[in-house]
Design a protein around this ligand. Structure first.
Ligand SMILES: [Zn+2]
Length: 233
């Protein structure tokens, strides 16, 4: 098998795990737009609302929550996301067992996805690490372990060895406009140019440096869990 492959999306049942509203756009927004156009089912589980973001300093908590939920809902609609959920409660309390239990229900019972998108396990942000830790610690359905694909996306730490690349040239402008909708956490400032630069760089791998591409680490759910555990030890 070639080390680098083109990602050719097919109609799928997708669950996006995003620690914060904006990660889903930064890491896989273009690819989700391609899936939306194919009629894929897309649902999204966030860890929290990044209500502690430095961008929101000085705004009362209740207001921060309102702003972030409204932004996420607007973006979800544009991305074709059917349902969104937040694992953490409004006070940013991380109660590991409760959160893990909810995550297990979303994966094993409620959505049973063909594909899980998640920030790849090497991403440095502590809450991006946390969602990977949760995924590795919950009891997953045996059938899903065999059949579900994990597509790890890059947010704050580029993937060391990506293996699939999605050509998002046709939807890049929409992706950038979605990022800008996350106005409250700086999505309309330097972020969009930086992410565009990353997607431009990733076009060098299998698209001859033409256009824009999102890079991913794709593997079976079972192999991905093994990879997370290895990386944590
Ligand atoms: Zn994040």
């Amino acid at each position: 098998m070639n080390k680098y492959q083109k990602y050719l999306p097919t109609k799928s049942n997708i669950l996006v795990l995003a620690p914060h509203p904006d990660d889903e756009v930064i890491g896989c927004g273009g690819t989700l737009l391609l899936h939306k156009n194919l009629g894929s089912i897309i649902n999204c589980v966030y860890l929290n609302r990044s209500e502690q973001s430095r961008f929101l300093t000085g705004i009362p908590l209740e207001e921060r929550v309102k702003i972030r939920e409204a932004e996420a809902a607007k973006v979800a609609q544009e991305l074709g996301v059917s349902n969104t959920h937040f694992l953490c409660d409004l006070n940013f309390k991380i109660k590991d067992d409760l959160l893990k239990n909810s995550l297990a229900v979303f994966i094993n019972k409620k959505y049973r996805p063909d594909i899980i998108f998640i920030p790849w396990y090497g991403d440095d942000h502590p809450e991006h690490v946390l969602i990977n830790q949760y995924l590795s610690e919950i009891k997953l359905d045996m059938d899903l372990l065999k059949s579900t694909l994990v597509i790890g996306y890059e947010v704050w730490t580029p993937i060391f060895r990506p293996n699939i690349f999605s050509n998002i040239t046709d939807v890049l402008q929409i992706k950038l406009s979605l990022l800008k909708m996350y106005h409250s956490v700086g999505g309309d400032s330097y972020y969009s140019e930086a992410i565009k630069g990353m997607n431009r760089f990733r076009s060098l791998y299998v698209y001859g440096g033409v256009g824009y591409s999102e890079a991913f680490m794709e593997m079976s759910l079972r192999d991905y869990i093994v990879a997370i555990k290895k990386s944590f030890h």
